[in-house]
Design a protein around this ligand. Structure first.
Ligand code: AMP
Ligand code: FE
Ligand code: FE
Ligand code: ZN
Length: 281
């Protein structure tokens, strides 16, 4: 049992369809994949069809954009029931706000570089949760930067002069809404300090108090010494521990299956949910 519980498809900022992603996962020997596109469940249907065809397990999820005291937090949500849930209305509003915000970033960059909103829309496609990675792709296409990484290092950096924050919910509300929908909430890459500020221990404790289910400990963006601390915190607080690649296809260097989640932890996660079932696990 080898499960990679955090991946992205073209329904957000990955570069593959769910079918391509699951075929690659099956070929590489993974037994289950978590499909966790940003602020959307639009890839679930294609994912479920592909998982059945490939004979691989699928844990349906999403990655909810949140902010705690000005600090960006990504909350992984697994196996919730989207139909009629407050979390669904919330991510739908977030996707709409992302359009306005992304357009503003593009207009700011366009004052200095050859990039247009039409390029970004074309690159993202009609169904994707739009975000900075699609703006990065437009900058690559225009020859302004060589790849997404270079775009994020400068023009799209959250500390940069073109940046516009996303209007998003607090992780405390996210945990509550995820539970109301029968899902489990796992704090994604909690110590990803290279991306920007990380939530201090006071905030971690607040989010844990709100009922957090798990911590994504094994992730390339958590420095190794921080993983030791996170594992200890999970143990003390009765949280489950996940590991995952955060694969984005060609959009990031992360390799599918570079970190995985232990079978007993996946089973604990599934037991905590009563939304949609894990498929083929
Ligand atoms: P946004 O949600 O629009 O603020 O964009 C954040 C997204 O950009 C995250 O989901 C990351 O996957 C992606 N991202 C952040 N840093 C990088 C990077 N250095 N290279 C490629 N993608 C990145
Ligand atoms: Fe992403
Ligand atoms: Fe993330
Ligand atoms: Zn992610």
């Amino acid at each position: 049992m080898t499960a990679d519980l955090h991946t992205h498809s073209r329904f957000s900022d990955g570069t593959q369809s769910p079918a391509e992603l699951l075929a690659e996962a099956a070929a590489s020997g993974l037994s289950a994949v978590g499909l966790t596109d940003h602020d959307t469940t639009a890839g679930w249907h294609a994912g479920a069809c592909a998982a059945a065809a490939e004979g691989i397990g699928l844990v349906r999820g999403m990655e909810v954009s949140c902010r705690w005291e000005g600090i960006s937090v990504h909350m992984l949500c697994y196996l919730h029931e989207p139909e009629g849930a407050e979390i669904t209305a919330t991510i739908t509003a977030a996707r709409e706000a992302r359009v306005v915000r992304s357009r503003t970033i593009v207009e700011r960059i366009a004052e200095d570089h050859p990039v247009s909103w039409a390029d970004v829309l074309e690159i993202a496609g009609p169904e994707a949760t739009i975000g900075r990675p699609h703006i990065a792709d437009a900058l690559v296409r225009a020859g302004v930067v060589p790849d997404r990484t270079a775009a994020f290092a400068d023009l799209l950096a959250s500390r940069g002069r073109y940046y516009v924050p996303l209007p998003v919910i607090s992780p405390l509300d996210a945990v509550r809404m995820i539970h109301e929908a029968g899902g489990a909430a796992v704090f994604a890459h909690p110590r990803a300090s290279a991306r920007g500020m990380v939530v201090p221990m006071r905030g971690m404790r607040e989010i844990i108090e709100a009922g957090l289910d798990g911590l994504e400990v094994d992730h390339r963006d958590n420095p190794p010494d921080e993983r030791v601390r996170l594992r200890r915190l999970a143990q003390e607080s009765g949280l489950l521990v996940t590991g995952s690649s955060d694969y984005h296809g060609a959009g990031k260097p992360n390799r599918l299956g570079e970190h995985t989640t232990a079978r007993d932890q996946l089973m604990r996660l599934i037991e905590r949910t009563d939304g949609v079932p894990a498929l083929g696990v």
